[in-house]
Structure formats: C-alpha cells, structure tokens
Design a protein. Structure first.
Length: 121
C-alpha cells in the first residue's frame, strides 16, 4: 500500500521525511522518489510526473489538503520542539485525547502529517 504526496521539490522533501525516520526505497530521476517507514510507502511526486498532469476538467493535482499520513513517534513532544526550533510549520499545537497526543505538521509543500504518540498504559 502506498500514499502519494505531490511535492514541488523532491530533494527537499526527501531530507524532510528522513528526519521523520523514512528511508529512501527508490528514486526515478529528479521528479519522483519512494520512501518507506514501518511498512508505509510514501510516493513523493514532483511537478514533472505524469500524476501531476491536468485533469480533463482543467484541475491540476497539487500539494496540500487535509487527508494525511499518521507517523507514530516515541517522544512526540521532543520531536515537536526540535522541528519547531528548525522552523517547521504546524497547523496546531499538540493536543491530547483518549488515545494519545497528536499534532499536525506540514511538509515543505503544505502536505499534512499527523505526528502521533499513543497514550501509555
């Protein structure tokens, strides 16, 4: 199973996702890369890929939105502080609910990533 994210710069996105623990699986020239973490493949699709071509009605696929991948973290608050210090963009502050703590991080193109730490028993 894979998730595709549209990105404007694959090199920049690779560096970003490596900080979240993803590893490079494949690279197809400059416009496309596949990274993986815990069995999830994330396809980083640059503007030159076929998936970014306009639809019949003229709409053009692009980055952003609210659908998101969830990346589990052992110490969410520590990673949050580190990324915030580095200038990362967050859509909210960490919140805690019945299942644990979560925060919405944006990748360099505005694609959302939910960082999640399960509540410990």
């Amino acid at each position: 199973m894979a998730v595709r994210y549209f990105v404007s710069n694959v090199d920049q996105s690779l560096a970003f996702y490596e900080k979240l623990g993803f590893s490079l699986v494949e690279r197809w020239g400059p416009p496309f890369a596949i990274v993986e973490k815990d069995g999830l493949q994330l396809w980083l699709s640059g503007p030159q890929t076929s998936a970014s071509k306009p639809m019949l009605d003229g709409r053009v696929p692009g980055p952003g939105g609210w659908n998101r991948i969830v990346v589990s973290q052992a110490n969410l608050l520590e990673l949050y502080a580190e990324l915030k210090e580095e200038g990362a963009t967050f859509r909210n502050e960490p919140i805690t609910g019945p299942g644990g703590t979560q925060v919405l991080l944006e990748d360099p193109d505005g694609n959302p990533i939910e960082l999640f730490q399960a509540r410990s028993e």
